[in-house]
Design a protein around this ligand. Structure first.
Ligand SMILES: [Zn+2]
Length: 99
């Protein structure tokens, strides 16, 4: 059985790849020292919107529930959107870190 970290990593990696196929987008998945990062260059959550703060709460919630499920309670994660296309950033970037 994989560790909680590895299960969370695998779930996010697979979700990223499948999301690309389903939505026709390009996401970049990176493993960080204490978590993971996904970057979406053509985010469908905030397409056409302009805001002062990141607004892709749907993606934050999706990733939070996914890693919670995958880690099976072995690890707690925080998920934050750190850059958002709606704010003028080039990508929507989501950082998942161990609590
Ligand atoms: Zn966004």
């Amino acid at each position: 059985m994989l560790s909680p970290q590895k299960r969370a990593e695998k779930a996010l990696k697979v979700a990223t790849k499948e999301g690309d196929k389903i939505f026709g987008i390009k996401q970049k998945f990176t493993v960080l020292e204490n978590g993971f990062k996904t970057e979406i260059a053509d985010c469908y959550w905030c397409e056409g919107l302009k805001t002062k703060a990141p607004i892709c709460h749907g993606e934050v919630g999706f990733e939070a529930e996914l890693v919670k499920w995958a880690a099976g309670g072995g690890i707690q994660y925080d998920v934050k959107e750190v850059t958002c296309i709606a704010c003028g950033d080039p990508t929507c970037t989501f950082v998942v870190t161990e609590k």
